[in-house]
Design a protein around this ligand. Structure first.
Ligand SMILES: C[S@@+](CC[C@H](N)C(=O)[O-])C[C@H]1O[C@@H](n2cnc3c(N)ncnc32)[C@H](O)[C@@H]1O
Length: 191
């Protein structure tokens, strides 16, 4: 199970903790070494072995070009990417990268992020002040068709997009989506 960039900012790895009972092995991924260190320290504190739960510091976009594959050519049943899509300029590219880590016959990609809202375009820094130092390519969140198209372009089938959670933060009403799709093809055309 590969989980790019979730949980690390939440330090304790909340999503991993929920998924761990159902998984043989979970690998967290983040471009930030600090986040990776916190995650791994938390895994050790829980008495988990690295082969059960570990995080690696990887730029998910450049990964694959590296000679030392941090995943050891392992393919995953499930890739979960939560609250990170808005950082990626091209969601087509990141979706194809993530899909390349799925098992070819039925591996599933799940993505969680914000549903597009006009008010977020200008209000994002107020709602998420921690974003000010980072790249936020999609300031208003995502419209369903953008995510569905990216999933289909990456060769995923049985694509679903659904509103998942509503939260209020600093006067803004935020809606998160959950999107998923299944890999059934061997070939993925990377752009
Ligand atoms: C907004 S945070 C999400 C934090 C967490 N999911 C949460 O809900 O608290 C997005 C994360 O994506 C990571 N990230 C951004 N670009 C990345 C890349 N190219 N490869 C891997 N991780 C990346 C950032 O370092 C950051 O930890």
């Amino acid at each position: 199970m590969l989980i790019p960039s979730y949980l690390l900012r939440r330090k304790e790895g909340l999503l991993s903790q929920h998924l761990a009972p159902y998984a043989k092995s979970i690998v967290g991924v983040d471009i930030s070494q600090g986040m990776v260190d916190l995650y791994n320290a938390s895994a050790v504190n829980q008495g988990l072995l690295p082969e059960e739960l570990r995080a690696v510091c990887v730029d998910i976009l450049s990964e694959g070009l590296r000679e030392d594959d941090p995943f050891g050519s392992q393919r995953f049943d499930l890739v979960v990417c939560a609250s990170a899509y808005h950082h990626f300029e091209s969601i087509d590219n990141v979706t194809k990268k993530l899909v390349s880590h799925l098992k070819e016959d039925g591996g599933t990609l799940m993505v969680v992020d914000l549903i597009y809202s006009e008010s977020l375009v200008d209000g994002l820094d107020e709602v998420f002040p921690e974003h000010e130092d980072g790249i936020v390519a999609h300031r208003g969140g995502f419209k369903p068709e953008a995510i569905i198209n990216a999933f289909r372009n990456a060769g995923l089938e049985d694509v679903e997009f659904q509103p998942a959670i509503n939260v209020k933060k600093k006067g803004h009403s935020l809606q998160l989506f959950l999107a998923k799709g299944r890999r059934t093809r061997r070939d993925i055309v990377q752009s």
